[in-house]
Design a protein around this ligand. Structure first.
Ligand code: SF4
Length: 393
């Protein structure tokens, strides 16, 4: 006989994807659809997201309150007041633990004082604001739908309602000078944000910006310049009391993203909405109806983005299974993104000690006491290390 305690519980971390943006940015290859191309009724979209999340959550798993909820996109704030309704419905039907971190991603062009007030009332604790730059010329190159004035106003609203604020910034953009970049970092600090993410532009083929570069209208991004910009940003953020805790993420004490840290430390999470990803242990996955081979220890899934089939249709799910050794290698790879690195026991279990020793020789990895971590140079060339760890010995 099966008792309630034998039933695997719902992951404590939930990601919900809102695949809608005002317009597509020039560099974007994330899954999102411009508003004009998808004239969806907001209520139908939020209803479908709640329905899909509940369907996932209730597929044989015991409900338990969420420790983190992250509504990302796309541009969740495009939902307007319905976004507060979405948070409220998820909290009511699934449950959110006391003290949980509830984040929504926001773009400055769709966030104002009234919406922040509604979000705060619905239980949102944190806003991740996609600013990218506080300079209008750089924002125009990126094809962003906001300007610097709007970004500053949106950040002020978040702080006014006492929500935690994270700001995303991007460097290595064609035409962006070091001075403009560093001024953007200073602006981000001045908003009172407790968390800042800094990323180099990644030029993805097929995007309008990549086409502009091919046509010679913009210079190709230079990775060395982007690396210098990342280093200079780190120095300014450190001087302002931010601590780097992940390759691209800096936080004041206590302001690290708990949701993203769950990703980097191998915690199970549920993903819902077109384009979302989730990660479950094989046991949890079996309990929720996945057919999983005996050899599997971990299941990663992606919800296919077939919006044209209608949000109410049963989503197509792409599944990848990992053996215990592959899951351990993945944990090492993700854990190395963190400044605290990974424990030697995990590295031994994943059988990648030899791979890391090799990178000690090239100066990208170091071992201190019982932990392996990336060096300063390793931060810049992390993908080289991650790729070899994933490949194994
Ligand atoms: S706001 Fe984000 S998801 Fe939307 S188009 Fe721009 S980069 Fe892509």
């Amino acid at each position: 006989m099966t008792s309630a305690s034998d039933i695997p519980a719902l992951p404590e971390h939930l990601y919900v994807h809102v695949p809608l943006c005002r317009t597509k940015c020039a560099y974007c290859d994330f899954f999102s659809v411009a508003e004009a191309d998808l004239p969806l009724c907001v209520d139908a979209l939020t209803g479908a997201l709640v329905g899909q999340t509940l369907a996932w959550a209730q597929r044989g798993l015991a409900l338990r309150p969420l420790q983190t909820l992250y509504i990302g996109g796309g541009t969740p704030t495009m939902l307007g007041p319905a976004l507060a309704g979405l948070v409220d419905a998820l909290a009511t039907h699934i449950g959110v633990a006391t003290g949980a971190e509830v984040t929504v991603e926001a773009k400055p062009d769709s966030l104002d004082d009234a919406l922040v007030a509604l979000l705060a009332e619905a239980g949102v604790t944190r806003v991740s604001l996609g600013v990218q730059s506080f300079h209008d010329d750089v924002l125009r190159t990126l094809g962003r739908a906001h300007d610097a004035t709007r970004a500053i106003a949106a950040a002020r609203s978040v702080r006014k309602w006492n929500l935690d604020l994270s700001i995303d910034l991007m460097c290595g953009i064609p035409g962006q000078s070091m001075g403009s970049w560093l001024a953007s970092v200073e602006h981000a600090i001045a908003t009172g944000a407790g968390h800042v993410s800094v990323y180099p532009l990644s030029l993805e083929s097929g995007t309008p910006l990549a086409a502009e570069v091919l046509l010679g209208r913009f210079a190709e991004p230079d990775p060395d310049i982007a690396a210098d910009m990342m280093i200079a940003a780190g120095e300014i953020l450190a001087a302002a009391g931010f601590e780097r805790y992940e390759v691209a993420n800096y936080a004041k004490p206590g302001a690290q993203s708990r949701h993203n840290t769950a990703y980097w430390t191998g915690k199970e999470y549920l993903g819902a909405g077109p384009g979302a990803h989730g990660m479950l242990s094989a046991t949890t996955a079996r309990a929720s109806g996945f057919v999983v081979p005996e050899s599997a220890a971990r299941v990663r899934y992606a919800i296919a983005c077939e919006l044209e089939r209608g949000l109410q249709s049963v989503p197509r799910v792409e599944v990848e299974t990992l053996t215990a050794e592959e899951a351990a290698r993945e944990d090492v790879m993700l854990g190395l993104r963190l400044t605290r690195g990974v424990d030697v026991v995990l590295v031994e279990g994943a059988r990648v000690g030899g791979v890391l020793e090799h990178f000690v020789g090239t100066g990208l990895v170091e071992r201190a006491d019982d932990r392996w971590r990336l060096t300063e140079r390793g931060w810049l060339l992390g993908n080289e290390v991650f790729g070899d760890v994933w490949a194994g010995e």
